[in-house]
Design a protein around this ligand. Sequence first.
Ligand code: FES
Ligand SMILES: [Fe+2]
Length: 444
Amino acid sequence: MSKQGLNSNNSTAVTSQSSVNSPLGQGVKETPGTQISRQPTNQLSNGLLGWYAACSTQSLKKGDLHFFSMYNEPLIIYRDQENRVRCLKDLCPHRGASFQGGKLENGELVCPYHGARFSSNGDCTNLDRITCHHIVDSNYNNYAKKIHLYQYPCIEKGGYVYIYYSGKAQTNVQEFDIKTTLEDSLPESYGFKPEEYSFEEVCVDFKCDWARIIENHLDILHIFWVHGDTIPDKDVNRNVITSFNQKITRDYRHIESKYNHKDKSKGEFITLKFVPPGRVFIYKGDPKSARYVQVLDHIPLGNNRARVIVRHYRKFLQNKVFTSLVMFQSLQHRIFYKVFSEDYLILKTQTYNEQMGYIQKDNVKLLGEDKMVQYYWDWLQNALKEDKPWDLHATTATTNTVYNDMPMIYPPENNKLAQQNSNRINRQILTRLLLPLTLLLILL
Ligand code: FES
Ligand SMILES: [Fe+2]
């Protein structure tokens, strides 16, 4: 991409690596030695492999099998009998079936093909191994010792389930060489105090390249043009022409861009912060006291398939009775779905154009406000070259499309969730109108 036209302010900040308090309570060695040994720099040190928020706690009920994928590798997250979260490769080691169509019974994963059961403690003394204790074989004991599911380190923190994705699942999570620290992507590490907020959240899927969505969330200009009618802010619409003083701050763990109105009396417009590999924070003001913080997590499901978990934290409207009365959740979800639908066609077609090689340095000219996108691109190109995540589980034109064909949670062309949400709003309005009316009739 062209660097021409990029002339906004740029300052860099270097902070020192904080000590790592291992959140991994499951015998997982967290050894972020690679990162600590690197000299502090204004270049991001994390690449595309590392900690991803893969789903939210509230969406993972006990007994659920949460199927998803990372860079085309089919995976499952579930809770075992001790309520610990587990992330497994979706592959039965008996004869290679998927667990789609199988079930979870008393914390044991049951394969749909021959009924093998896998327990994370079961007969096995090593809690980090998952062994089969169902298949009956003349040499069962030996067999059971040899058969293991492949897994990734997985932990639950702050309402998210994080996985450490290396592209190479292991039978024993203790064997992972964890090179990056989860702490680098936690809101707390940047001064936010999630416990002081209430939040709403949705999970949406897109049939496009995941990098295009991250770029979209780092693109300040489109907010006015694409989302101007939807975002409930009078200063954000197509007719508002505004320009900003932009200050970019980079260190080894994030890129941040603060946009201040040129009219100083108006102060800050917004701050965007990208934390690799897939997290974006959007907020205004000091992180310690920001009234409103968006946390966007981007999950590369596969080629042309990506998932976003969007969580909006707020310090206002925290009274549960009041928010339920004014249908805050449903109305907020309506905005989420609308905003994502507005982006969708652009992201799909932009994905195609990028894959066709049309978005090359002579074809596109970035603006000063696109500097964040430029930095993101620089990081992405390096990380793709270094980690090659798409080569780890590469698909070809002849690969069975079963995982692509599985219903995604919410691609905007399937507006089921948006429709359900609208129906809920209508029902809620009706009940709120009917209740006082009925009471009035009774009194009369
Ligand atoms: S393939 Fe899973 S039990 Fe046989
Ligand atoms: Fe957008």
